[in-house]
Design a protein around this ligand. Structure first.
Ligand SMILES: Cc1cc2nc3c(=O)[nH]c(=O)nc-3n(C[C@H](O)[C@H](O)[C@H](O)COP(=O)(O)OP(=O)(O)OC[C@H]3O[C@@H](n4cnc5c(N)ncnc54)[C@H](O)[C@@H]3O)c2cc1C
Length: 387
C-alpha cells in the first residue's frame, strides 16, 4: 500500500471525524479561493480583503470561542488544522486569522467584561469588526516589559500616549487591542478607529508577508473610556497569554507552507529532465526530498500531541516554544531547498517556494524569534534565565 507523500505516518488517522471535516473544508477554500489569487496579491503587496466575508462565513474567526459569542466551539486541534490549511495558501492569510482569533477575540473573551464580549465578539466572528494587536514597540519586540506606551487615568477616561510597530492588520482594523504601562502595571485597552489622536500608518517596502497589512500605530493623547479597558488582567501575563494562543496556531501553520513547497518541488523534479533523466531520479534530489518528508512528519506528530495537551488543559508555554521553533525552522529550510530544486524558475512568484520562503522570514521572527524560543527551552532545562 502506497503511503501518502505528505502524511507518511497517517497522522490524519489520529484526527476525529469533525477535525477531518474542518481540515477538508479549509483545504477546499485554500484551493479554490486563495491559490488562484495569492501570487498576484503578493506581487502587488495587497491583502485580499475580499476574502474576509467567506473566511467569516466558514467560521474561521474565533473558531475556538463559545457559540454564544459567535464562535465555533471547535477544539484546539481543529484550530491548528485551520491554520495549517490556510498557510498552505499563504502565511499572510493565516496571520490575518491568527491575529483576529487569538490576539484580538481571545483577550476580549479571556480578560474582557460581559458587556465587552457582547459588544465586540459576535461582530468580530462575522468579520464585520476587524482587530489588531499592539504589543511590539520600535525599540525591541523581544523585550516587551520595556514598554514605553503608557495610559494615565483622567476622570472617567484613560489618556494613551506612545506608539507600536509591526502591527498586523493595523490599517484594516476597526479596533486595536493596545497594551500600555499604567500606575498599576501593564493593562490592555480597546482603542477604536476614529478616536482622536489615534493613527495607523502602513509599513511599505516589505519583502515578506506582502499579502498582509503591517502597520505602525501612534497614540497622541488618545482618550479611551474606562469601558474600553480590559478589566480582568494586569501585568505582562495579559499579552503573553494571548501570544501563547497565537503561537500555538503558528506551530501548525508552517506545516502547510512546507507541504505546498514539497508538493511543488516533487512534481517539478519528476518532470524536469536533465542529463537524460528526471532530476527526481538523482540521489541528491531524493536525499533532499526524503529529508523534507522526514521533517514534515516529525512536525505533524509534534502538533497533534501539542493540540491534545492543549485540549486537555495541560499545555505548557515551553512546549509551544519548542514546536514554534522546530516547525518554523523546518518550513523555512524546506522552502529554501525547494526554491533551489526549481532552479531559476524558483525565483519568481509563478511558483510558490520563494513566496513561502520569504513569508517564513516573518513567521520565524514574529511572536518570539527563534532565539527567544530557544532561550525559553534552555531556561526550562537549566532553571537559569539567559535572556
Ligand atoms: C510581518 C510582521 C508582523 C508582526 N505583527 C505583529 C503584531 O500584530 N503585533 C505585535 O505586537 N507585534 C508584531 N510583530 C512584531 C514581532 O513580534 C517582533 O518583530 C519580534 O518580537 C522581534 O522583535 P524586534 O523586531 O524588535 O527584534 P529584536 O527584539 O530587536 O531582536 C533583534 C535580534 O536580537 C535577538 N535577541 C533578542 N533577545 C535576545 C537575547 N536575549 N539574546 C540573544 N539574542 C536576542 C533576536 O532573536 C533577533 O535576532 C510583527 C513582526 C513582523 C515582522
Amino acid at each position: 500500500m502506497a503511503l501518502h507523500p505528505y502524511d507518511l505516518y497517517d497522522v490524519r488517522s489520529l484526527l476525529s471525524e469533525e477535525e477531518r471535516a474542518v481540515q477538508d473544508t479549509v483545504a477546499r477554500f485554500t484551493d479554490e479561493r486563495v491559490l488562484p489569487i495569492i501570487g498576484d496579491a503578493f506581487d502587488q503587496g495587497r491583502f485580499p480583503k475580499e476574502l474576509i466575508p467567506e473566511i467569516a462565513e466558514l467560521g474561521l474567526l474565533g473558531s475556538s470561542l463559545p457559540e454564544e459569542y459567535g464562535g465555533g466551539g471547535l477544539n484546539s486541534v481543529s484550530y491548528g488544522l485551520i491554520c495549517q490549511e490556510l498557510e498552505r495558501g499563504d502565511s499572510g492569510i493565516r496571520s490575518f486569522v491568527s491575529v483576529q482569533s487569538s490576539l484580538c477575540m481571545y483577550p476580549i473573551f479571556a480578560y474582557g467584561s460581559e458587556e465587552q464580549k457582547k459588544r465586540w465578539l459576535p461582530d468580530m466572528a462575522a468579520g464585520k469588526v476587524i482587530g489588531c494587536f499592539g504589543l511590539t514597540e520600535a525599540h525591541g519586540g523581544s523585550d516587551p516589559a520595556n514598554m514605553k506606551t503608557n495610559a494615565r487615568k483622567d476622570g472617567g477616561d484613560w489618556v494613551l500616549n506612545g506608539s507600536k510597530m509591526w502591527i498586523t492588520n493595523g490599517n484594516v482594523a476597526d479596533i486595536a487591542i493596545v497594551w500600555a504601562q499604567t500606575d498599576d502595571g501593564i493593562q490592555g485597552f480597546v482603542v477604536e478607529k476614529g478616536m482622536a489622536g489615534f493613527a495607523a500608518q502602513e509599513i511599505k517596502h516589505k519583502m515578506s508577508l506582502r499579502a498582509s497589512v503591517t502597520s505602525s500605530l501612534f497614540f497622541d493623547n488618545v482618550r479611551v473610556p474606562e469601558a474600553n479597558r480590559l478589566p480582568n488582567v494586569k501585568g505582562l501575563k495579559g499579552p503573553l497569554g494571548c501570544l501563547t494562543q497565537a503561537r500555538y496556531g503558528i506551530t501548525w501553520g508552517p506545516i502547510g507552507a512546507a507541504v505546498a513547497c514539497l508538493d511543488e518541488a516533487l512534481n517539478y523534479s519528476k518532470e524536469r529532465i536533465l542529463f537524460d533523466r528526471p532530476v527526481a531520479a538523482t540521489q541528491s534530489a531524493q536525499l533532499k526530498l526524503a529529508d523534507m518528508a522526514r521533517r514534515i512528519t516529525m512536525a505533524q506528530l509534534l502538533v497533534v500531541q501539542l493540540g491534545r495537551l492543549k485540549d486537555a488543559g495541560k499545555m505548557a508555554p515551553t512546549q509551544v516554544s519548542l514546536a514554534k521553533w522546530n516547525n518554523c525552522r523546518m518550513a523555512i529550510d524546506i522552502a529554501r531547498q525547494c526554491r533551489d530544486l526549481l532552479g531559476g524558475a524558483g525565483i519568481t512568484t509563478e511558483h510558490v517556494a520563494i513566496r513561502h520562503a520569504l513569508n517564513l522570514e516573518s513567521v520565524i521572527t514574529y511572536e518570539g524569534t527563534e532565539t527567544v524560543h530557544q532561550l525559553v527551552v534552555g531556561r526550562e532545562l537549566t532553571g537559569i534565565n539567559a535572556f
